[in-house]
Ligand binder design. Sequence first.
Ligand SMILES: NC(=O)c1ccc[n+]([C@@H]2O[C@H](COP(=O)([O-])OP(=O)(O)OC[C@H]3O[C@@H](n4cnc5c(N)ncnc54)[C@H](OP(=O)(O)O)[C@@H]3O)[C@@H](O)[C@H]2O)c1
Length: 286
Amino acid sequence: MSTISIIGSGGMAAAIGGLAAKAGHTVEVMSRDAAKARALAEQIGAGATTGVFAAAPGGDIVVLAVPYSAVLDVVKQYGEALAGKLLVDITNPVGSDLKSFVTPEDSFGAREIMKAAPSDAVVVKAFNTLFSRVLAAGPVEGRPLDVFIAGDDAQAKARVSAFIESLGLRPMDTGQLSMAPTLEHACLLSLGLLAHSVKHTNFSIGVSLLGLGHAPSLLASHHPQGAVSCTYSLPAGPAIPVRISFPTSLQPVTRLLRLPGRTSPQRRCPRLAPKCVAATSMISTG
Ligand SMILES: NC(=O)c1ccc[n+]([C@@H]2O[C@H](COP(=O)([O-])OP(=O)(O)OC[C@H]3O[C@@H](n4cnc5c(N)ncnc54)[C@H](OP(=O)(O)O)[C@@H]3O)[C@@H](O)[C@H]2O)c1
């Protein structure tokens, strides 16, 4: 468990701070209004503390839970106090018409924050697509909420993913920080749905992983020397490692998958891992 510092004491600070404390993290609340910080720390409980606004945060992960209109100034006020920190950008740089962005045309919120932060701070976009009340309420019918993340630093993303998972949520990596504007657009998507079809905020945008009936899921990753290793798992059962080897050519090849205790069907399976998942996930478990 780690110490999480949250700058801001509003709805998102309360939601993330509350979940973090429940998960056993130490939460530090930092607000320009010390009384509000104290009140939120008390509400969060579990030993949550307060920090001095613009002083060095105690946590290595720092959640920026202030409006986008304030965040660049806030980051500049902290200045070198944020050196080396992992900054979690949850902001949505949406204009007052709720349809457009206030960021420069050739940029986006997370990049502007990165520019304002010390050069050795790392920015990961996360949590911006979830309404605070939905987040605070946690999983619905046992299904974890999806938290989309984007960032350039793989280690930082792994740490944010682990933090998200510890909260009982499902991290969904969308790629490099250049994907952050897509996540910022996802906020417009939510606002559009809110205004035009759903008409309330008790919903979340998530990913439905489609299987074929009781079909298993396969997680694949690239492996040195042109091989791909997959983990084969059934909804209720142990994961079974599967190694699929490929020649160095990029041509799709047919390979025999040996799944212990199961049929070993032949499938055309392209070398690239994501396509491999698509192809092999059709394997019968029969
Ligand atoms: N609400 C949502 O459902 C939601 C969902 C996803 C992402 N977000 C994003 O999360 C961030 C926080 O949203 P929120 O709903 O928690 O907002 P909020 O409830 O309005 O709280 C905002 C916090 O930022 C502080 N703040 C405002 N201006 C500041 C300034 N100039 N300097 C320092 N602190 C300042 C406020 O302090 P005071 O109390 O002293 O004003 C308050 O603690 C925003 O960027 C928002 O876009 C919100």
